[in-house]
Each structure stands twice: as C-alpha cells, then as structure tokens.
Design a protein around this ligand. Structure first.
Ligand code: SAH
Ligand code: SF4
Ligand code: F3S
Length: 481
C-alpha cells in the first residue's frame, strides 16, 4: 500500500490512562481503518500468523490473533494474506535462517497485493543486528516490534496503517504485565497460561534472557482468574508457562512458591488437567514433588532439561546443578510419582565438551531412561558468554556425537513406549486423526498419544480408553464402555 490510512480520528485527549483500556481504544481506531480498507478492497481483509519457537511464542500468537480478529481481520490458512506476521524465535541460528528464507516469498506476495502488510515480532527482533539487517535489506517489512511491547499490538497496527515507511518499536526490557487483552485460543478445550515472563538464569549458551528480559511473575489472583474464565469457556487442561516455573513467585510483593500456586490451581472446579513447562532442575523443590504426588490434576509428565550429563560442562553452562543432583532428583520424583513420564532437552557440542563429557551425558540418558528427549546441536549465539569461548567443538565431532545420542535416546524411547498396553486410561481427545477421519487422537496424562475410533463429538472430552496395542510411539485404543 503506498499511502495508507489517516482518518485523523485519534483524539489525544480521549486516550485512556490505563494500559489495557488504551489498547482497547486503539483497537476501535484500527477497526475503523480495517473496515474502510475492506470497503475499498471489496472483501474482508485476511491475516495469517506464523509462529516459530516455543510455547511462549505460541501463546503470544494467540494474543496477536485475538487482537486481529477483534479489529476485523479474518484468519486464513495461507501466507497470501493482507496481513502476515512472523512471530520469531532466535534460540538457535537455524531458527533465524528460516525467517530470512521465507521473507523472500512474502515480498513476492506483497508485490501482487497493495493491501498487504508484513509484520515481524518475537525474540529475534530483540537482537539489534537483526533489526539493522532488516532495515537495510528488507525494506518491504511494514512493522517490527519485540517481546516486551506485544501488548501494544493494536496501537502499533494503527501507527503502521498511518505510515508510509517501516514502523519499528523495540524495547530493551519492561516491568509491565498488561492483563485482560483479547486472546483467541487455538484449541477450545486446552490453553497455555503464562505464569511468568523472562528469565534470570543466564545459562551461558542461551539467548533467551537477553531477548525476553528479566523474570517477572504474574500475580496469583490474575492467574487464577484467567484459569477460572478459561474453564467457564470450556477449557479442561492448562499448560502453565514460564522459562523456569520452579522459581515462580520469588519476586512478588507477597512471595509465593510454585508448589503453592499449583495447590491453588488444583482447587479450581471444572479444571481437569494441569501441565507446566519448563522446570529447571536447580529449583525443583521437595515441596513441588509432594504436591505432584498428592495431586489429582497435575499430569504424570515432567519435562526436566538435562542439557549435559557432565558436571564439568554443567558448571560451564552455569546450570547450577551437577550430574549427581540431577540423578538424585529423578530418583526422588520416581519414588513419589512412580508412573511419571520424564522428557528432557540435551545440547551436544557445548564449547570444551570432550568425549568423556559426552559419555557422561550418555550415562545419564541410560540411567534415567527418558520417555523422549529433544536433542540439539550447540548453536553459537552472539552475545552469550559461551559464544566467545575459543574451544568450540569441531562440527564433524559434534555430528558424530549427536548421531550416537539420538540413536540411544530413540532406542530407549521405543523400549519405554507401550508400557501401559492393556490398561484403561483417561484420555483427553484433541482432534480428528489427520490420516484417518474415522479415528480421533488424544493424549494420556503422561502425554503419550492415542488413536481410537471416534467422532468429532468427543473432542475436548476426557474419556476412558483401553490401550490395545502400541505402534512405534503411539497407542491404538478403543473407548471403554
Ligand atoms: N527455559 C528452558 C529452555 C528454553 S530454550 C530451560 O531452561 O530448560 C529450549 C531449549 O533449547 C533448551 O532447553 C536448550 O536445550 C536449547 N537451547 C538453548 N540455547 C541453545 C543453544 N545456544 N544451542 C543449542 N540449543 C540451545
Ligand atoms: Fe535459557 Fe537457561 Fe533461561 Fe532456560 S533457564 S531460558 S536455558 S537461560
Ligand atoms: Fe525461541 Fe524465544 Fe521461545 S528465542 S525458544 S521463542 S522464548
């Protein structure tokens, strides 16, 4: 679009003081603009949000969608839309490369569509070098914002619609948590819920603390209120989100532990399942294990990132636990919650990692026997302490270790899959099976996937399913009458 919109309808005196009311004010303005543009175009304006990265970003994208729908954009499946937004991730180099790769295609769509806007947000935008590169070589992008001001999306859309050039708004950090903005959930029956933002841990390889800012916990009453509203709206399962949920509440005016928060959430009537992510081993308390042991709602699954099995490497990673502590934690967890499924993240090839260090990682993998594990090749992130180390491990060595680790992890996961065969277990039915529409797909409390004959009416319900057989990593089952 050459000259965009300016109806001069913003009345500075009318802009409300409170941040959330202010954003609703801008949603009304944006709505007016979108309706005018749609009238010009002769059809509704469409949008597509593409999400990269973790569950935090997925939840943020639901907030973007909530605002876009409220101002009159209609969601479409393809990126040939009137507004395309990439919510980016920068945790590993290949996450960045994907975004640059796809921007070329977007530029071609834009040449054919005068109404098209391109927006970029999320973690990658918090890196100054990225924004410089976009300013230089990707001038066709209309709107760039970061992780701290995502709540200002409505206001930023108005600015972008009124401007001829790139709108850029990146903040270094924020203390703000803005509540009560619109959200459009991807699933009717389950939802992510942010309990905290940011991270204070500064693991030496990780860029997240630099792009997500300092740790801030939401007030427990806000979290409870949000979950109560979700439940009233049909949600039965929540996933509590934070980079380190085990340190929840430390900086609140009235401090509260994560275990205490869980105990409060457990009391919410109508809520059936509670999941959370991610647990840092250094902060996993006995109190939490005790709460998990007695809970009827907390799912029998814990994601407990190991990163490395070598105490020497863990120290260099600034993880603040060692191999023995991690193994002792796993033992305690299994003693209290015997049927718990454990999953993990592991990085191969951290600077200075020797064959002996790597053997330690394999040793932990064999001892813990994870139900599944995400394995990553170390990626150098500029600005992190590990990136400036001179003892980077050669690529061929990393690749060879990575393959060995993957083989081990998959072998164990295959042996562990199917351990519940023959049992009847509650399953939350999530969707019609993508391959066979006579089947539905759901998840057990331990996060295993089950396919069974059924119809769309079952979606969102928790039903008893007999697990008849295990094929690879999933079960085939049938409804228990
Ligand atoms: N807060 C979570 C992790 C968030 S990032 C935690 O502490 O566990 C998700 C995963 O990406 C990490 O667990 C780690 O295994 C991986 N990761 C992070 N930085 C990385 C890097 N520079 N190279 C490779 N993997 C990385
Ligand atoms: Fe990154 Fe460590 Fe924070 Fe996780 S805890 S986000 S790995 S710095
Ligand atoms: Fe990626 Fe940001 Fe999540 S860097 S992993 S999207 S917090």
């Amino acid at each position: 679009m050459k000259k965009k919109m300016n109806l001069n309808i913003i009345d500075k005196k009318q802009i409300p003081q409170s941040e959330s009311e202010r954003q609703y004010y801008f949603m009304d303005i944006a709505k007016e603009y979108v309706s005018q543009l749609a009238a010009q175009k002769g059809s509704a304006l469409t949008f597509h949000v593409t999400t990269f990265g973790c569950q935090m970003n997925a939840r943020d994208s639901e907030k973007l969608v909530g605002i876009l729908e409220r101002i009159g954009y209609v969601e479409t499946e393809t990126e040939e839309a009137d507004f395309v937004i990439y919510n980016t991730c920068t945790v590993r180099e290949n996450a960045n490369n994907k975004v640059y790769g796809r921007l070329g295609a977007l530029c071609n769509y834009k040449k054919k569509n005068q109404y098209m806007l391109i927006g970029l947000c999320g973690c990658m935008m918090q890196e100054p070098a990225v924004v410089e590169k976009l300013k230089e070589s990707y001038r066709f992008v209309d709107l760039i914002f970061g992780t701290h001001n995502i709540y200002k999306f409505a206001e930023l859309i108005v600015t972008a619609l009124e401007s001829d050039s790139m709108t850029i708004d990146i903040w270094k950090d924020t203390e703000q948590i803005v509540e009560d903005l619109p959200v459009e959930r991807k699933y009717a029956f389950k939802s992510g819920v942010n309990i905290m933002f940011g991270c204070n841990n500064f693991c030496s390889y990780c860029i997240v603390p630099y792009v997500r800012g300092r740790e801030r916990s939401r007030e427990p009453k806000e979290i409870i209120r949000e979950i109560e509203n979700l439940v009233a709206d049909g949600v039965v399962e929540v996933m509590l989100l934070g980079q380190n949920v085990n340190s929840y509440g430390k900086n609140l005016e009235e401090p509260m532990t994560f275990a205490e928060l869980l105990a409060e959430i457990e009391k919410i009537e109508g809520l059936e399942r509670i999941r959370f992510m991610t647990s840092h081993p250094k902060d996993l308390s006995d109190e939490l294990i005790e709460v998990m042991k007695h809970s009827r709602k907390i799912c029998r699954h814990l994601h407990l990132p190991l990163q490395s099995g070598s105490s020497r490497i863990l120290a260099a990673m600034n993880r603040r636990y060692d191999k023995e502590h991690y193994l002792a934690l796993v033992e305690k967890l299994r003693a209290s919650v015997p049927d718990i499924a454990l999953t993990t993240d592991i990085i191969v090839g951290f600077p200075g990692e020797t064959e002996e260090d790597f053997e330690e990682t394999l040793d932990v993998v064999r001892k813990v026997r994870y139900d599944s594990a995400f394995t990553f090749i170390y990626s150098k992130r500029t600005g992190t302490p590990a990136a400036s180390r001179e003892d980077q491990v050669p690529e061929e060595i990393i690749k060879e270790r990575f393959d060995r680790l993957l083989a081990e992890v998959q072998q164990i996961a295959a042996e562990k899959a199917g351990k519940l065969t023959g049992q009847v277990q509650p399953v939350l039915i999530e969707e019609i099976n993508a391959q066979d529409d006579g089947l539905v797909t759901g998840r057990l409390s331990n996060n295993s996937v089950v396919h069974l004959p059924g119809t769309a009416e079952l979606i969102g319900k928790i039903v008893d399913v007999r697990l008849k057989e295990c094929r690879g990593f999933y079960y085939l089952g049938e409804l228990e009458k």
